[in-house]
Design a protein around this ligand. Structure first.
Ligand code: SF4
Length: 298
């Protein structure tokens, strides 16, 4: 049985009868939860931009923006209140998984360890999540959408659209420890389902490409290469037809620098031709075909 299958059968067992979680493991879980609270609420924040293993694989344009506005507290922060809670859930879910892995006596060789790797410019640092059976794993809590449509579809699916830089992150941790990357232990935070998304046995090409992406971004940031958007506007469609409006694509819509990047005139509006009671909202950059007065009245 794999370590995740052991965890799943423990959870099934826990529905039938009380199970034993050793006191020491419970104490460590409580400590991890408190650490998560401190991390999300009370710990001092870094004010400088730092290239880390966890961010280096993100789109270069976002990193350039982050670097440029690092000391401007008015830019780059999500002002929605739920981000903090979402991050806290993520940290606590991670602590739960670690507690369960310890309870089933998974062969854990390292936990939350600090690592660094020499680059041409500086030592890049990071903190890996867990080493099991001598492989480095990252623990991710995922929405139902990303659990079903990304992680369940396998390693290739993440690799083909890796806007969060998950591959460079995982391979940099593994490289710094001279171990193999085992993939992601993923928990659907809405349903509690779990899976492991593993790299293929022959993952050399993925590793090479991930490390190459990290080096390219490091070089561009260290040399202050000119800013270039990595994403284009989308021609909006309603049904099968183009509306003539231009909207931000998914990555830009969620980017904290979209106003700096596309201008303060961008507008978050309901789909302009939709008559639905709950229309989808988009970030409009060019509004050439706005909602007509008739459709407002109807
Ligand atoms: S808004 Fe889009 S193009 Fe601009 S920095 Fe963000 S991700 Fe890059």
């Amino acid at each position: 049985m794999t370590f995740l299958e052991e965890v799943k059968s423990l959870l099934v067992e826990a529905q039938r009868r009380p199970i034993e979680i050793p006191k020491q493991i419970q104490k460590e879980f409580a400590k991890d939860c408190l650490t998560a609270v401190h991390k999300q609420f009370t710990d001092k924040r870094e004010s400088d931009f730092r290239i880390r293993m966890s961010n280096v694989g993100r789109p270069l344009c976002q990193l350039q923006m982050e670097k440029k506005y690092a000391t401007d507290s008015t830019v780059g922060y999500a002002d929605n209140y739920n981000t903090k809670l979402r991050n806290l859930y993520g940290d606590i879910i991670e602590a739960v998984i670690v507690m369960l892995l310890k309870t089933v006596k998974a062969n854990i060789n390292g936990l939350q360890g600090k690592v660094k790797l020499k680059t041409k410019y500086f030592d890049i640092k990071g903190t890996y999540d867990i080493i099991i059976n001598d492989k480095v794993y990252d623990i991710k809590s995922a929405s139902s959408f990303s659990f079903r449509n990304k992680f369940s579809k396998g390693f290739q699916s993440i690799a083909s659209d890796d806007v969060f830089g998950y591959l460079p992150q995982g391979y940099l941790y593994a490289q710094s420890l001279k171990k193999d990357f085992g993939g992601w232990i993923v928990i659907n935070k809405e349903t509690g389902e779990m899976l492991i998304t593993e790299p293929p046995q022959e993952d050399y090409k993925f590793k090479r490409e991930a490390l190459r992406r990290a080096s390219k971004n490091i070089k561009a940031l260290m040399k202050d290469e000119p800013f270039e958007r990595q994403f284009e506007l989308k021609n909006e469609k309603f049904g099968r037809n183009e509306t003539g409006n231009k909207v931000l694509g998914t990555v830009c819509s969620y980017c904290q620098y979209k106003h700096k990047c596309w201008g303060n005139e961008i507008q978050y509006l309901p789909q302009q031709q939709s008559k639905s009671v709950n229309p989808t909202y988009y970030w409009y950059v060019e509004l050439n075909n706005p909602r007509s007065v008739e459709s407002e009245k109807s």
